[in-house]
Design a binder for this molecule. Structure first.
Ligand SMILES: [Zn+2]
Length: 420
């Protein structure tokens, strides 16, 4: 039963790979030759065409909306009930892997095929979706197609976005034949389920096939410029120096220390990383007069994220006084934490139990279209393991047995939801 889904993923693994090559096993992967298929490219068109063909074969009615999202619909026998939607995205990062996004689209198509084979009668309509621009590689920011669908981004703003070559998304979609005409909405949708690779090491490390996702972490970025006073490393007495890097050092260690304390005391999912640190003038004989610092903080609980942000800002204030430096900050809220729907979480959990498949409740450390969908409909996610926790790289891999288990749990989940 796995063969169709496996074949879909193997066949599409050549789209965006140079030179094109069908990958059937981990051993065939090349650590330098991954998948590149941003929206609007010929490679992106190939996987879209392939998905549309499979949708049609499965008896789905295919429509493309104005932002290029592809929908494949199957009527339900109770027409007054909201649809069950499932899918993910077909675009990729530069030199990424073959499962990110594609798995969620083809698993949803496979679930429909299995229901067809069994003669299963879905009461609610089913809708398979392939979102445009989830990665934001060509037309940033990310999660474009689902942002338009939920109404956070207007169609006009989306279509006017430009890629690095100066081409608009509208032109790019027209070029590949995916500038659709209908305006999609969620008016008749009740549930959304996204199957995705974990993109982290937990399931693989613990030997568990299915992650039942309960929430998606929020992400805040704090940028700061620390202004001290540049001066000679030898001639300037230690007392009274205004060293911007010494102030930054306190902040770096505070972020790590506080994240660990939160994890220990609250059992939280907090992460805090200072991944950006630029020192000026960066000369060994000069006291640093200016430092730019970029901090990435994440947590699944909104209050934890907010508290962590305030504490970091306070630590900056303290460092500013202690070292006589000025600190200018800019806080950017990239994603708010999103709680997925209990009803869907429970259905996924029960599906895995009924099938005798090992599962684990977990959170997603990466952003997904499901976080947008959760604002408007009851949304859930099913994770399958990423071998060695790797994703967004050519060596991204998920074992075929786990892909099959993911397909089984998704099929069972969609069947249950369609009869609620
Ligand atoms: Zn993805």
């Amino acid at each position: 039963m796995t063969n169709r889904l496996k074949e879909d993923l193997i066949e599409t693994s050549q789209f965006g790979r140079m030179p094109p090559k069908r990958i059937e096993s981990y051993a065939q992967l090349d650590s330098e030759k991954g998948i590149t298929r941003p929206d609007g490219t010929e490679e992106n068109k190939k996987i879209r065409d392939y998905a549309v063909e499979r949708m049609k074969e499965a008896g789905l009615e295919v429509k493309v909306d104005k932002i290029g999202n592809i929908f494949g619909g199957k009527r339900g026998c109770k027409t007054d009930k909201g649809a069950v939607m499932s899918g993910s995205h077909l675009d990729s990062v530069m030199n990424g892997g073959m499962f990110d996004g594609a798995l969620g689209v083809f698993a949803a198509i496979e679930a429909v095929r299995r229901m067809n084979d069994e003669g299963f009668e879905n009461e609610r309509p089913l809708e398979v979706v392939a979102f445009t621009g989830e990665e934001g590689t060509a037309f940033p920011p990310a999660l474009l197609g689902s942002s338009v669908l939920v109404g956070k981004t207007s169609i006009k703003d989306g279509l006017n976005r430009k890629n690095p070559m100066g081409q608009t998304l509208e032109e790019a979609l027209e070029n590949i034949g995916y500038k659709g005409s209908f305006e999609s909405s969620l008016d008749n949708v009740e549930y959304f389920v996204e199957t995705h690779i974990e993109q982290g090491p937990i399931l693989d490390r613990e030997g568990i096939s299915i992650g039942v996702v309960e929430a998606i972490v929020g992400l805040t970025r704090i940028f700061a410029t620390i202004l001290g006073e540049e001066n000679h490393a030898g001639g300037t007495p230690m007392h009274g120096r205004r060293d911007a890097l010494v102030a930054a050092a306190d902040i770096v260690s505070f972020v790590r220390k506080r994240a660990n304390e939160m994890i220990d005391k609250l059992g939280s999912s907090t992460a805090g990383t200072v991944g950006k640190l630029n020192t000026f003038p960066s000369g060994i004989t000069t006291i640093p007069g200016k430092v730019e610092i970029g901090i990435d903080i994440r947590d699944v609980v909104p209050q934890n994220l907010k508290n962590f942000e305030s504490e970091i800002l306070k630590a900056m204030g303290d460092a500013s006084e202690r070292y006589g430096v000025d600190i200018r900050t800019d806080v950017q809220y990239i994603h708010i934490p999103v709680k997925l729907a209990d009803e869907v979480i429970n259905v996924v959990d029960r599906a895995a139990s009924q099938l005798g498949i090992k599962k684990k409740r977990m959170i997603s450390g990466a952003g997904h279209d499901a976080e947008n969908m959760a604002e408007k409909v009851k949304a859930g996610m099913i994770f399958v393991p990423s071998v060695n926790g790797k994703s967004h790289v050519p060596l991204e891999w998920t074992n075929w047995e786990d892909i099959e288990k993911g397909a089984q749990v998704l099929t069972q989940t969609l069947k249950s939801l369609s009869r609620r």
